[in-house]
Design a protein. Structure first.
Length: 369
């Protein structure tokens, strides 16, 4: 199956671009797939049939995680509003909820069911096989090859490469750290990109900024064993700070909240990097700590799937978010704008252009194909 690209839209409030690169986000769908519906921004209205019911099941993090689930939920609600339909959502408290939650939505006559996260892959596949008349889409999983299931994945190594470079540039101690919630591809892809971005900075600048918490070659590092904001996550972040890290990149939903608490308790000038969302925007309570974030276009890609399904233009072609199609990106520096090297933005622009044109290779064992 071919990989589709989302229709042109502004993904981030201010993304790193170079002259001419921004236009790449306007690529149309790959030949052979149906064309995307027009945005209301272009003056055209998109409406759905009166019986269209878009639905969503969260993973165990819930829709208020200020990250992965929340962005997906916002994409669903915004698209539903634009279509003039009422979405149905159900939260999962634990993995045992996945099958019954999806069954519940099927019983309510849902036309499209979006499942948030690879953890729902088995439940999604079983439901899609048994209900071929229902459209399904799953985020961060490409293991299901069915005509009524659309995979949404993101090459987060690319955005993490940029934040790794920025972290190395910002660091005063010469040590930056990362840790994850669990050693899963959707987590380690960020950690790989981050460490490789630091390595690229060192190569470019003749520096020796050290990454702790993740070894790319060995594919092992620091993990909390879950995605909860708890004492384990705080202690894991504290261990990095104790090793002189002055930039910390937690990957795994709410664990960043525990890292923020560890930073505040340390009373040291340690910067936080967000994952998935622009955490400065999604969680203002930690905004003053956030250097930048490695973002995934969850809201925009979910919005697109809902819009196409509601317009009877659903297709199962896998979507992979990249820098080129604006499916991933780096957040603004916000409060740190005056604290970073004035040359950093131009350097990031050049790196992004290099990743897009292939002159800079960013790879991870966890990258989507």
């Amino acid at each position: 199956m071919s990989v589709t690209r989302l229709q042109s839209r502004t993904l981030f409030s201010r993304k790193v671009t170079v002259s001419g690169i921004a236009s790449l986000g306007a690529l149309a769908l790959v030949a052979g797939c149906g064309s995307a519906p027009e945005d209301s921004e272009s003056g055209a209205e998109t409406t759905a049939s009166s019986d269209f019911k878009p639905c969503m099941v969260s993973d165990a993090g819930g829709f208020d995680d200020k990250s992965f689930n929340q962005l997906s939920f916002e994409g669903l609600t915004e698209a539903s509003d634009a279509l003039g339909v009422e979405p149905i959502t159900v939260e999962s408290a634990s993995p045992t909820d996945y099958n019954p939650n999806i069954s519940n939505l099927i019983d309510q006559g849902c036309s499209l069911i979006l499942t948030v996260g690879f953890d729902l892959a088995d439940a999604t596949k079983a439901a899609a096989e048994a209900n071929s008349d229902i459209d399904f889409a799953i985020i961060d999983d490409a293991s299901i090859d069915l005509p009524n299931v659309k995979p949404l994945t993101y090459d987060a190594a690319q955005s993490a490469f940029l934040v790794g470079y920025a972290a190395a540039s910002y660091s005063e101690t010469g040590v930056v750290g990362t840790f994850g919630g669990a050693q899963l591809p959707t987590v380690t892809i960020f950690m790989d990109g981050f460490a490789d971005g630091v390595a690229y900075f060192n190569e470019s600048k003749g520096e020796d900024v050290r990454v702790i918490g993740w070894d790319v070659a060995a594919q092992n590092g620091s993990f909390t064993g879950g995605f909860e904001a708890n004492a384990v996550a705080k202690n894991t972040a504290q261990a990095l700070i104790d090793q002189n890290a002055d930039v910390v990149f937690p990957v795994g939903g709410p664990i960043y909240q525990s890292a923020a608490q560890a930073i505040r308790d340390s009373s040291r000038p340690v910067a936080l990097i967000g994952a998935d969302a622009d955490v400065f925007e999604s969680d203002p309570s930690v905004g003053d700590l956030v250097l930048t974030s490695a973002m995934k276009g969850l809201k925009e890609s979910v919005d697109e799937v809902v819009t196409t399904s509601g317009s009877d233009e659903f297709d199962n072609s896998p979507y992979v978010g990249t820098l080129e199609n604006e499916g991933v990106g780096i957040a603004p520096f916000h409060d740190f704008e005056s604290k970073v090297d004035p040359a950093l933005q131009d350097e990031l622009d050049e790196i992004e252009a290099g990743i897009i044109d292939g002159s800079i290779t960013v790879e991870s064992p966890s990258s989507p194909s």
